[in-house]
Design a protein around this ligand. Structure first.
Ligand code: CAA
Length: 248
């Protein structure tokens, strides 16, 4: 896979899966802009890593739930890199709780970051991609967006929404040579999973047929495939990267 000469944005790129994606795209030759809200130190360290790899890095502090922030971020990337080819909408949070206890704030926060965040960046990038008749949009969903999960009505609604959104964008943008796909992680060794109640984590672990937790790099590898032209005839698809945790 070769991404030399390409420019990418990774939302939520400061840590975990997003940071692994940023590094992977950089290692393949892409310039990478990291959008993050609260991981300034990590994002700056990542930019230094990217520069060491011989590509450009850029850290932008922005709230993905703000459309104004998204528009400003895309403009900054275009001014800095000169172009944009790859958009990875990865930023995601969870605020788990059963429906009879979930607050309006828990619901709104998760939908705003996870689902609206994808809209904001796709909406801001689409005119750029359409004009140049080239673009790759990769949205990070979750296997829980496909099957539902006890205690995650807000999160699964956002992730299921991302899947429908991905399919619609694929239909709308395909005739301009823009691929839109989603990657659905299962249980991956991240901060989010570390915070799960131990019993729930053990139950989830037992579901994984490969018998091990996934690593952020496993997701990054799938994203790199969708970001590259090896996947040029694939669009509107969801690829589960879950060690067989969900085999439908
Ligand atoms: N299945 C069935 N019933 C369950 C259950 C489950 N998995 N978990 C809890 N319950 C039941 C309890 O037995 C209890 O029943 P009663 O009221 O009859 O006693 C009721 O539900 C409430 O349980 P709690 O008192 O424990 O409720 P809580 O509000 O304190 O917490 C919870 C519930 C939010 C679900 C909590 O257990 C939790 O956080 N679970 C983990 C959720 C999870 O899996 N998150 C995944 C994060 S990782 C991720 O999302 C990444 C990815 O994309 C794959």
């Amino acid at each position: 896979m070769d991404l030399r000469g390409k420019s990418a944005i990774v939302t939520g790129g400061g840590q975990g899966i997003g940071a692994a994606i940023a590094k992977k795209l950089g290692s393949l030759g892409a310039n990478v802009a990291i959008i993050d809200y609260d991981r300034d130190t990590e994002a700056k360290a990542l930019v230094a890593d990217l520069v060491t790899m011989g590509v450009q890095g850029l850290a932008i502090k922005a709230d993905v739930s703000s459309f104004a922030d998204a528009q400003a971020a895309i403009l900054t990337v275009l001014q800095t890199f000169g172009d944009l080819h790859i958009l990875v909408c990865n930023a995601g949070i969870n605020r788990d709780g059963v429906i009879w206890k979930m607050t309006e704030d828990q619901w709104d926060k998760v939908i705003d970051v996870n689902l609206k965040g994808c809209f904001n960046y796709a909406r801001a990038a689409a005119p750029v991609f359409r004009k140049q008749a080239y673009g790759k949009i990769i949205n990070i969903t979750s296997i829980n967006g496909l099957r539902g999960r006890f205690g995650q009505s807000n999160y699964t609604a956002s992730k299921g929404g991302i899947i429908a959104f991905t399919k619609t964008l694929a239909r709308e943008l395909g005739n301009k040579n823009i691929n839109v796909n989603a990657v659905a992680p299962g249980l991956i060794e991240t901060h989010m999973v570390a915070q799960m109640p131990e019993a729930a984590r053990q139950t989830s672990l037992r579901e994984i047929v490969m018998g091990r937790l996934g690593q952020p790099e496993d997701i990054a590898n799938a994203v790199a495939f969708f970001a590259s032209d090896l996947s040029r005839h694939i669009t509107g698809q969801v690829l589960n990267v879950d060690g067989g945790q969900l085999i439908a």
